[in-house]
Design a protein around this ligand. Sequence first.
Ligand code: SF4
Length: 377
Amino acid sequence: MTDTGLHIDLDPHDFPALHRDLLAWFAAHAADLPWRRDRDPYLVWLSEIMLQQTQVTTVIPYFERFVARFPTVEALAAAPLDDVLKLWEGLGYYSRARNLHRAAQVVVQELGGQFPPTVEGLMALPGIGRYTAGAIASLAFGADAPVLDGNVIRVLARLFDVAEDARETATLKALWALAERLVPPGQAGPWNEGLMELGRTVCTPKSPNCPHCPIAAHCTAFALGVQEQRPVKAPKARTPHYDVTAAVITRDDGQVLIAQRPLDKMLGGLWEFPGGKREPGESLQACLRREIREELGIDIEVGAQIGTVRHGYTHFRITLYAFACTLTGGTPQAIQCAAWTWAAPDDLELYAFPVTDQKIIAMLRDGGGQIGMDLGL
Ligand code: SF4
């Protein structure tokens, strides 16, 4: 057991040679990404938040649109949250956008527009955890701070043949200690980015490209032929699945009722077709009538099914059933939602919707047949 807390032997590893090989590779092979052209803390922060749980290729157009609309932290802080959510639409994990907006306001209103240069200072901002703080501190401020994301965990677990379960808190703590020991003083930025880039492009989860890896000579798992078995991950519990209903309620003038999700809930602040989760033994139609009564205090008649959307979130999966509905009694009230409004079909694009509801809108537009025509879509 080393002082990192892992059952690995660090002695045979030549850290200076490892640093030299990875840094040289990264200097020669770093992808030209828009957030790498300027190490401004605002741009580094924005890119790191967008890259959480999201592929680089997905992030690029979002990053460019976001920076064009909010070129500075001041511009972001001054924007309405709705505008921020709208630009974030489709990127998922919307709490990131809400925290981004709040953190921008803290930086502008309490810190004179300057991001803190230390890991501790950065972690005091909303939405910034240890990984993101380490990335900003090292990339934007040159601090000797480590990072540990999924890519780095995989590279380190292979490089040092870590046999402990990488999902365990104790293992993660030990990997943080290892990552900290490994940072070459004064070069944390390119070292961290190099590790992440290697994990993304060479040391991939399946079939790592070991023959072309710049640090293969340092890699214990490769030497032992066990790289595909690292990192060790105990099997996950089965992901739960829920049936969810959504009502596309239209009134005579063709306007559609949409509701805004509570800010403190998942997907908070986004707009949606109201509805909710089916209870055991409940029909989809009964579920929808109950949910709409609970959420908005109105009665509806449930008509034809518009379509079905399947979607996976981090901890569960859903099947969303959308129905065309009409209002039969009552006036909407924001009981279990932040707000509600009637929107003309052409105006739906002005609101930020989760990807599931965007698919319903697309169905209404493209394949909704008679229902879409009735809605003027
Ligand atoms: Fe990953 Fe293979 Fe390189 Fe080891 S040699 S770091 S397993 S790509």
